[in-house]
Design a protein around this ligand. Structure first.
Ligand SMILES: [Zn+2]
Length: 424
């Protein structure tokens, strides 16, 4: 009860829309049922393009409808073909068709309803292991992906159900993404073919791995992607009482990266890694159901606040010359080398290092590198993976000019970059 009253209080302060009390006291429907359905062995781990993933998509469209969402313009499903619409980054990619499930809750403000807030969660997982699995011995075993990411999808449905009882001012677009585990290819496709214009998209909130809350610790990435986010999260958490770790820009190994690369403010809610991550042991029995409900409550408050706020958010680009994961070891670490400023896809991509974006003003940007490029060679050294790319950069000095070979679409392109130093 306390949380109910408190969240309504936040919203009263954030925007002058009605109380959420009625929807708060309704017990969220079927949270665990949704997780159990998605993680049943019958769905075979929901690999993008598999019959199990198609069953999941059908189920999700039905659930979206049941909880009061409407199909997006064009219907519940948006499909893309790997290798044609989206870069093929997985060994088996080429003829796979991925399908997003998209439902909307039309906004109730006559003007603001033309703008959207996106709540996303990917429903695909690793199938029978192999590519993407951290457990080579488990190839052939169903990877059910309960935390990754049946947790996020079930929380998304719960938020949809409760928001439908009292729609906010802006239109909320709920997207169950496919193609995440193959390297964010599904969300990359969406930002190129958005159903609703990205210019009218206030923010994208991503739920990925939110089912293992421990010690109340909730991580929110992307807080630096909009000027208003720190204060907003603080005020919401004052009532929610998480040990909240709000940090970072909008780049990270999940779908929010695609939206951030398209210059939208993003947030990624996350209850951290665990020993079952990307293994066949990520099962529903290990979900912290109470914790998941708390995250869903928090997300409901967050999406409501965003969808009701009167003023736009101020997008903040990542600081231009921040170090990034691969090409820049921490200052002072051994072999600190030249700076390129790429943002690699940390989920990995065979045959090279796929980028989700480049830092503003960086040597990478000046050289013409961009998101979706797959770097295969730097200065004559092959770069099959992040480690090799780091080595290639370490072998150069700031100021060096290097040729960078990238796979872009179906062709190879050579770009020339003048490497810099971090912070200069
Ligand atoms: Zn994953």
């Amino acid at each position: 009860m306390l949380r109910t009253i408190a969240i309504s209080g936040v919203l009263a302060g954030e925007a002058a829309f009605g109380s959420l009390a009625a929807q708060q006291i309704t017990e969220p429907p079927r949270l665990l049922d949704d997780i159990k359905f998605l993680t049943d062995d019958r769905l075979q781990g929901r690999a993008t393009g598999s019959p199990g993933a198609d069953s999941a998509a059908e189920y999700l469209a039905r659930r979206f409808s049941e909880v009061g969402l409407q199909p997006a313009a064009g219907g519940w499903f948006q499909s893309f073909t790997l290798g044609r619409d989206a870069p093929a980054t997985a060994p088996a990619a080429g003829a796979l068709i991925g399908t997003h499930v998209i439902g909307i809750l039309p906004g109730r403000d006559r003007v603001l309803r033309n703008q959207t807030v996106i709540l996303g969660a990917h429903y695909d997982h690793l199938g029978l292991g192999g590519f993407g699995s951290l457990d080579p011995d488990s190839t052939g075993a169903v990877h059910n992906g309960a935390d990754d990411n049946a947790s996020g999808v079930s929380a998304l449905i719960q938020v949809a159900a409760r928001l439908a009882a009292s729609p906010p001012a802006r239109t909320v677009v709920f997207i169950a993404f496919s193609g995440e585990e193959l390297g964010l290819v599904g969300s990359s496709y969406y930002v190129k073919q958005p159903i609703y214009p990205l210019t009218g998209t206030l923010a994208m909130v991503n739920l990925d791995m939110v089912g293992r809350l421990r010690n109340g610790r909730l991580i929110v990435y992307g807080v630096q992607s909009a000027k208003q986010f720190p204060a907003l999260l603080d005020s919401l958490n004052w009532y929610a009482g998480f040990d909240l770790k709000a940090q970072g820009d909008g780049y990270g190994p999940s779908d929010q990266s695609s939206f951030y690369a398209a210059h939208r403010p993003v947030l990624h809610l996350f209850t951290d890694l665990h020993e079952d991550y990307h293994r066949s042991t990520d099962d529903w029995q290990k979900i912290n159901l109470d914790g998941l409900k708390r995250v869903a409550d928090f997300t409901l408050g967050l999406v409501t606040a965003l969808a009701n706020r009167r003023t736009p958010l101020t997008f903040m680009e990542a600081p231009p010359l921040l170090p990034n994961h691969a090409s820049n070891p921490a200052p002072g670490s051994a072999g600190y080398g030249a700076y390129l400023g790429t943002v690699p896809d940390l989920t990995g991509s065979p045959g090279g290092v796929r980028l989700v974006g480049v830092r503003a003003g960086s040597p990478a940007e000046k050289a013409g590198l961009r998101g979706d490029d797959i770097i295969t060679r730097i200065g004559g050294m092959e770069t099959p993976d992040l480690e090799a790319m780091t080595d290639a950069l370490r072998s150069h000095q700031p100021g060096d000019t290097v040729d960078i070979v990238v796979r872009r679409g179906t062709g190879l392109t050579t770009l020339r970059a003048r490497l810099g130093t971090r912070g200069g």
